[in-house]
Design a protein around this ligand. Structure first.
Ligand code: ZN
Length: 233
């Protein structure tokens, strides 16, 4: 087994599904029975802010009630014990990677437990409701929205992600459908720069043919096995 110096990991809905969290499904365009245009676009928020705030209030409560699973714990162990470069990019808005012990985490689609003030641009850790219009702790304005990247908005820290992909010698995708860009293109970016590419997923994804290797199964089984391999090498 090769010894890697720089690993980029992308995680998606599949890793949190085993902790009971559901997310947007590309196949039918629904998220918890709501059309994504209604709850995950700036237009939907402008049309019915109360409904959208209530939706994310519920997501926030679900995240707080969920627990990290064996896959999150294994990646936390990798982050602690792997002494090369590591970047864990997640499409998930929950904090289960952090509670699983990982620190080098980048939330490209935002975070359920964060509120973003549109008046002063400050972001605040947030566990309660936004529906009742709390004032921003920084500026006092009543202008906070979920700190979530909606469809039509730019994912966070793309430059940092592409720079990490360009320097990676291993790219691993865990529990993602391979259907939502720009994340679906990361495997090609990494491969173009010479990285080995590995997919761990429940079933073959739309992007499976781009990977050097695909392993099929539950993240809670595949990820701990893979982390053992990397740390033993
Ligand atoms: Zn503010």
């Amino acid at each position: 087994m090769a010894v890697y110096r720089s690993i980029v990991i992308l995680t998606g809905a599949g890793i949190s599904a085993e902790s009971g969290l559901r997310t947007f499904r590309a196949e039918d365009g629904l998220w918890e029975d709501h059309p994504v245009e209604q709850v995950a676009t700036p237009e939907g928020f402008a049309r019915d802010p109360d409904l959208v705030q209530r939706f994310y209030d519920e997501r926030r409560a679900q995240v707080l009630a969920a627990e990290p699973n064996a896959a999150h714990q294994a990646l936390g162990r990798l982050d602690r014990e792997f002494d090369g470069d590591l970047l864990l990019v997640t499409q998930n808005i929950d904090d289960l990677h952090e509670r699983g012990g990982a620190e080098r985490v980048l939330h490209m689609h935002g975070e359920a437990l964060s509120a973003w003030c549109r008046a002063c641009d400050a972001r605040h850790p947030w566990q309660g409701s936004l529906r009742d219009g709390p004032a921003c702790p920084s500026c006092g304005a009543v202008a906070m929205r979920p700190d979530i990247v909606w469809f039509g908005e730019m994912p966070y820290q793309m430059e940092r992600i592409f720079s990490a992909l360009a320097g990676a010698d291993l790219f691993v995708s865990i529990g993602t459908s391979g259907a939502v860009y720009p994340a679906a293109g990361f495997v090609q970016q990494a491969a173009d720069h010479g990285a080995r590419t590995l997919e761990l997923n429940l079933e073959r994804s739309a992007g499976s043919h781009w990977f050097d290797e695909t392993r099929l199964g539950a993240a809670s089984e595949l990820v701990p096995q893979w982390v053992d391999e990397v740390l033993r090498a």
